[in-house]
Design a protein around this ligand. Structure first.
Ligand SMILES: NC(=O)c1ccc[n+]([C@@H]2O[C@H](COP(=O)([O-])OP(=O)(O)OC[C@H]3O[C@@H](n4cnc5c(N)ncnc54)[C@H](OP(=O)(O)O)[C@@H]3O)[C@@H](O)[C@H]2O)c1
Length: 257
């Protein structure tokens, strides 16, 4: 897999799955445009990538739920690199809660996971058509497995799966592929940022380790490897697909409700 002349935009690259994607693409000599809201954390990931391949990634501090920020992501990346080949829509947020949690929490989750992803994709599409590039969206196994404790999050990921398929249908004739990677539970900051205590967070991972047929949980690198595969020419006949990376959890008996 060769990304030497490819420009890859990764949202949510300051931690977890997005940071692991940045590192894996850096190992394959990609030119990176890394996006998140936290300058210090994003700069550290950028430095780590530069140590790997000697190329300085573009660091863009931006909130994908804000339209002016999204415009800036596209403008600054194009001004710097001249093109975009791959978009990894990874930035995402989660809130714990059922329907009584208030509309603000719903708006926050949908504003980033769906609206922000839609906005950025919409503005990058003309560049992907020019480069015959591709998109990888980071969804979740919760796009098809309802959890009453994460209603807004589940809705957002179900919407993202449909977004993947609609855009794949639209852009296929223009030579642009669109796929999603749907991870199971992965050890990152996501659920603690959503308000879980460390103990509750640990319990989730222990549960999935026990219930998954492979009796383990995937790591951020396992997700990043599938992202890189889908973004590469090895997946040139794959579009509109959903790649589940969950050690089999979704097919297990007794998954949480
Ligand atoms: N961990 C899991 O178990 C799991 C399972 C399935 C799917 N996923 C999905 O994987 C993706 C990455 O999550 P993660 O697990 O790696 O969690 P994470 O470590 O919390 O990463 C989330 C990333 O998204 C960024 N982000 C959040 N809101 C943003 C916004 N409005 N604008 C720009 N960047 C934003 C965060 O950066 P800043 O805070 O610096 O902005 C951070 O880099 C998410 O889409 C998540 O839904 C995770």
């Amino acid at each position: 897999m060769e990304f030497e002349h490819k420009v890859v935009v990764i949202t949510g690259a300051s931690s977890g799955i997005g940071a692991a994607c940045a590192v894996e693409f850096a190992k394959l000599s990609a030119k990176l445009s890394l996006i998140s809201r936290n300058k210090d954390k994003l700069t550290k990931v950028g430095d780590q990538c530069q140590k790997i391949n000697g190329l300085k990634p573009m660091i863009i501090i931006a909130d994908i739920s804000v339209e002016e920020d999204v415009n800036r992501i596209v403008e600054e990346t194009i001004n710097h690199f001249g093109k975009i080949d791959i978009l990894v829509n990874n930035a995402g947020t989660c809130v714990m809660g059922k329907t009584q949690n208030g509309i603000e929490a719903f708006d926050r989750v949908m504003g980033t996971n769906v609206r922000g992803t839609f906005l950025l994709t919409d503005k990058i599409i003309p560049h992907l058509i020019k480069s015959k590039g591709n998109i990888v969206n980071i969804s979740s196994i919760l796009s098809t497995k309802p959890l009453s404790s994460m209603t807004a999050y589940c809705i957002s990921k179900a919407a993202l799966d449909m977004f993947t398929q609609c855009v794949a249908l639209e852009l296929g004739p223009k030579g642009v592929r669109v796929n999603s990677v749907n991870p199971g539970a992965i050890k990152t900051n996501l659920f603690v940022s959503a308000g879980l205590s460390k103990q509750e967070n640990d319990e989730i991972f222990q549960f999935y380790e026990k219930v998954a047929p492979l009796q383990k949980i995937a790591k951020v690198e396992d997700v990043a490897n599938i992202v890189v595969f889908l973004a590469s020419d090895r997946a040139k006949c794959v579009t509109g697909s959903k790649y589940v990376v969950d050690c089999g959890a979704i097919i297990a008996e007794g998954l949480l409700n």
